[in-house]
Design a protein around this ligand. Structure first.
Ligand code: PLP
Length: 392
C-alpha cells in the first residue's frame, strides 16, 4: 500500500523518512523546538493557508516527529500517521475527532483500563451512546451492529486475558452498520498484526510499549487514510494539542530501528515461558495465542504473523496466592508497564483492572489468581528459572 519501493520492514524501520540536515548527521536529527521562522511575511501567510510545506508550530507538525510518522506509516501500510503524546491521547483523539452527540459506538468489553473509561464514562457525558460486547462473540457483534453505529472500537489480543477479536468479520459488520473500525493494536505490535489488511479504518498505538520498548518515553500514534486524517483528525489534533514531543519522537525512532529484533526475541521467549507454565502442575490456566490450547489459536494463526510478548496465567489461592508468587520473583519486576526490555509482572485484579466491578472482571475471566507477564529481553531460561522457583 505505502510507497516503500518494495523494501522489507527491517530496512524501512531503519531508513524510512530520514532527512539529513546540512550537517550530514548519521542518526536522525533532533529538532527540539516549538516554533519556526519565515523568510518574509508572505511566506508566513502562505504557510497558514497550507500553500507551502513550511513548518509552522510544533503543535501542528515538527520535522523529527514527521520522520517518526512517515516511518510508522510505511510499517503499517497507511496513507498517513500522526504522532501523539501518549497512547491514550491517540485513542481519545481518534474517537473524539469523529464523534458528536447522538452518535453510537460499539466496543469490545476487553479493553485497556483507560480506554474502557473513555467509552464507559467520557463519551456518554457528551451524549454519545456506547455499548460493550463480548469481543470474542460474533453473534454479539452482529446483534449490536444491527442498528447504525458511527464507530467500532476494539483491542486484539486483549489486555490481560489475550482474547482475540475476528478482525475481518467485525470490520465487515461494522462497515455494514455505517461505522469506522478503530483498532488498538498494541498487544499484537505492528509487526505481527496488520489491521488494515482485515478492513480496519483507523489503527492506534501506545508507542510507550514495544516501539520504545526500553522504559524511557511515552508516545502514541494514529494511522488512517488521507481522507479521514484531513477531514477529521488533523483539525482536531491541531486545535486540541495531543501532539508528540520531538524528543520522544526521536527516542521512538531509535526504538523502531530495533523493533523487529526485540519483538522476535521477546515472542520466542514468551512462547517458551507459556509452554513451561502450561506444563507446571500448580498452574490452572495459561492464556497465550501461540499455544494450541488457546480457544482461538486457529484465528490467531489466520490474522497474526506472530503472537504476543504477553502471557497471562492463573495460580491457585486467589489474590494471596498471586501475591506470594509475584513477591518471590527475583529477576522479573512488578510493574504494570509492558513491552519493555525488562520482564514485568502485574496482578490485573488489584491494579490495571481494579476500577472494574468484580462482576465485570468475572465476565472477562480476570479472577483474583490471574497474573499477567510481559516478557522482556532476558534469556528465557532465566525467566523460567525465576518463575519455577517462585511457583515452587
Ligand atoms: C498502554 C496502553 C494504552 C495507553 O497507552 P499510554 O502510552 O500509556 O497512554 C492503550 N492501549 C493499550 C492496549 C495499552 O497497552
Amino acid at each position: 500500500m505505502a510507497p516503500n519501493d518494495g523494501k522489507r520492514l527491517d530496512t524501512l524501520l531503519v531508513r524510512e523518512g530520514l532527512q539529513r540536515s546540512q550537517f550530514r548527521e548519521t542518526s536522525e536529527a533532533l529538532y527540539l523546538n516549538s516554533g519556526f521562522v519565515f523568510d518574509d511575511a508572505a511566506q508566513a501567510e502562505a504557510a497558514f493557508k497550507g500553500e507551502n510545506d513550511n513548518y509552522v508550530y510544533s503543535r501542528y507538525a515538527n520535522p523529527t516527529v514527521a520522520v517518526y510518522e512517515q516511518r510508522l506509516a510505511a510499517l503499517e501500510g497507511a496513507e498517513m500517521c500522526r504522532g501523539t503524546a501518549t497512547g491514550m491521547a491517540a485513542v481519545f483523539s481518534a474517537l473524539a475527532c469523529q464523534l458528536r452527540a447522538g452518535d453510537r459506538v460499539v466496543a469490545s468489553r476487553a479493553l485497556f483500563g483507560s480506554c474502557h473509561f473513555i467509552v464507559s464514562e467520557i463519551l456518554p457525558r457528551w451524549g454519545i451512546e456506547t455499548m460493550f460486547v463480548d469481543g470474542t462473540d460474533l453473534q454479539a457483534w452482529e446483534a449490536a451492529l444491527a442498528r447504525p453505529a458511527k464507530a467500532v472500537f476494539l483491542e486484539t489480543p486483549s489486555n490481560p486475558m489475550l482474547d482475540l477479536v475476528d478482525l475481518a468479520s467485525v470490520a465487515e459488520m461494522g462497515h455494514a452498520a455505517g461505522a469506522r473500525v478503530v483498532v488498538d493494536n498494541v498487544f499484537a505490535t505492528p509487526l505481527y498484526q496488520r489491521p488494515f489488511d482485515f478492513g480496519a479504518d483507523i489503527v492506534v498505538y501506545s508507542a510507550t510499549k514495544h516501539i520504545d520498548g526500553q522504559g524511557r518515553c511515552l508516545g502514541g500514534a494514529v494511522l488512517a487514510d488521507k481522507a479521514f486524517m484531513e477531514e477529521h483528525f488533523i483539525p482536531f489534533y491541531r486545535h486540541t494539542g495531543p501532539s508528540m514531543s520531538p524528543f520522544n519522537a526521536w527516542v521512538m525512532l531509535k526504538g523502531l530501528e530495533t523493533l523487529p529484533i526485540r519483538v522476535a526475541h521477546q515472542s520466542a521467549a514468551t512462547l517458551a515461558v507459556a509452554r513451561f507454565l502450561e506444563g507446571h502442575p500448580a498452574i490452572a490456566l495459561v492464556r497465550y495465542p501461540g499455544l494450541e490450547s488457546h480457544p482461538q489459536h486457529a484465528l490467531a494463526c489466520r490474522q497474526m504473523a506472530g503472537f504476543s510478548t504477553l502471557v497471562s496465567f492463573e495460580v491457585p489461592g486467589g489474590k494471596e496466592g498471586a501475591f506470594k508468587v509475584m513477591d518471590a520473583l527475583q529477576t522479573i519486576d512488578i510493574s504494570n508497564n509492558l513491552g519493555d526490555a525488562k520482564s514485568l509482572i502485574c496482578h490485573p485484579a488489584t491494579t490495571t483492572h481494579s476500577r472494574l466491578t468484580a462482576e465485570e472482571r468475572a465476565k472477562l475471566g480476570i479472577t483474583d489468581g490471574v497474573i499477567r507477564l510481559s516478557v522482556g529481553l532476558e534469556h528465557a531460561d532465566d525467566l523460567i528459572a525465576d518463575l519455577g522457583r517462585a511457583l515452587g
